[in-house]
Design a protein around this ligand. Structure first.
Ligand code: HEM
Length: 388
């Protein structure tokens, strides 16, 4: 349903009036009272008024001289033309039905020198089968999935080495980017970039879902490199709780995760992740305070509140990146609707636990931070003396 010309847009005039008035379009799920985000596409009241007036006035075409120039699209990428495209070397066959284990493919970068990535985008070949892709950076000195085959698809079940098998379920390797339906590609602010050391591999973790038709997928990642060595390195961190039990039918079940920043960092963006029972998600700063009665208590400052929708997994980029001191406590809170009233609920009678399949649940609050360019994830988690 492109709206690129008058002729294309005209039949949707009434739907556009309704969708913009009801604020279902453009898609955005953050509570407007909390935080300001640079990728917020929400229309102003005046813009909505213009569209409503246009639809109400029989949708006139306007003056020919005001028609904008046609947009130029670059080979389906949303980022500008990538400097490098790395494709999964082998296609992954996808069955018509049944669960599909997380599928991995290790893609060598063959980088002879360290590279800094300013923008990145996953281009799925088979959108309708891809629930998510997480692309990790595996530096040459990392033992993660070290005995796993390179350039061919594999799952935890096909690995023989027990350490590799564990690695197919958990890693602390840095994430280059996360793709999920509705997500936008990553572009880090000026002077900040993701680091890919020379000789690294990219590890594609693909979660496919069957949709009734057998198919195959061979997705790609497009990279745009920084023009110079940035001052800061971007790390993707997460607040996770994987030991919840959501009772059958629970309409508003709360799950929380907390973490303390071991070192100073600049907070950049958020990406909440739950599955089909996800309802709301919020990120907060928690500060210890002394109450009026002199007793210690907590002050909670909300950073983001999202009315979660599984089909629209968006990242929320702070309009003003925020400096956080070592010792800052962050909290993520997720709410789940496991009742019959949730139209996406696959089974309201099920007790729901953490799991990789869509009918299981997850609670992950991804967030990006910028740290000094020389600090990697391991060093970031070493507390400096004096940091509490
Ligand atoms: C001012 C900007 C936008 C307008 C006026 C607009 C308008 C609309 C309208 C009229 C519909 C049909 C709703 C209905 O059937 O009742 C729709 C659906 C949709 N739009 Fe938009 N849209 C906008 C921005 C966007 C953006 C930025 C995206 C993608 C990031 C998007 C993705 C979609 C999708 C995927 C649907 C189908 C949703 C569904 O069936 O659940 N739209 N939009």
């Amino acid at each position: 349903m492109p709206f690129e010309s008058y002729e294309e847009t005209l039949p949707f005039a009434a739907a556009i009036r309704r969708a913009t008035q009801e604020k279902t379009m453009p898609p955005w799920f953050a509570d407007p009272k909390v935080g300001k985000f640079s990728n917020d596409p929400s229309l102003t009241a005046a813009e909505i008024g213009t569209l409503v007036a246009w639809a109400g006035a029989k949708s006139p075409a306007g003056e020919a001289k005001d028609v904008p120039l046609p947009r130029h699209w670059t080979e389906s990428w949303s980022i500008p033309r990538p400097d490098l495209v790395l494709k999964m070397p082998q296609a992954v066959p996808l069955p018509a039905n049944g669960d599909i284990e997380y599928t991995y493919e290790i893609v060598p970068t063959n980088f002879k020198e360290n590279r800094w990535v300013q923008m990145a985008e996953v281009l799925p070949e088979r959108h309708s089968n891809l629930h998510h892709a997480v692309v990790y950076v595996r530096p040459p000195d990392s033992n993660w999935l070290r005995h796993a085959p390179v350039g061919v698809p594999f799952t935890a079940l096909t690995l023989t080495d027990p350490e590799d098998r564990r690695g197919a379920h958990w890693t602390d390797s840095d994430v280059l980017l996360v793709y999920a339906p509705g997500s936008s590609p990553d572009a880090w602010p000026d002077k900040m970039a993701k680091f890919v050391p020379a000789g690294s591999d990219l590890v594609f973790q693909m979660h496919y879902t069957a949709n009734g038709r057998a198919a195959s997928d061979q997705s790609s990642i497009g990279l745009i490199f920084s023009k110079y060595v940035p001052e800061q390195r971007v790390l993707t961190l997460q607040l996770t709780n994987d030991h919840f039990v959501i009772p059958p039918g629970a309409p508003d079940y709360r799950v929380e995760a907390r973490g303390t920043l071991p070192n100073d960092a600049v907070l950049l963006s958020f990406l909440p992740h739950m599955h089909l029972r996800g309802k709301r998600f919020e990120y907060n700063l928690i500060r210890k305070i002394l109450g009026a009665d002199g007793k210690p208590g907590y002050a909670i400052e909300p950073l983001l509140r999202v009315n979660y929708h599984f089909h629209w997994q968006m990242s929320y980029r702070l309009a003003e990146p925020r400096f956080l001191k070592a010792g800052t406590e962050l909290q993520a809170v997720a709410w789940y609707d496991n009742s019959k009233a949730n139209p996406h609920n696959p089974d309201a009678d099920a007790e729901v636990h953490w799991g990789e399949q869509t009918y299981d649940e997850m609670m992950v609050g991804f967030f990006d931070v910028a740290v000094p360019a020389g600090v990697d994830k391991q060093h970031f988690f070493m507390r400096k003396q004096g940091n509490n």
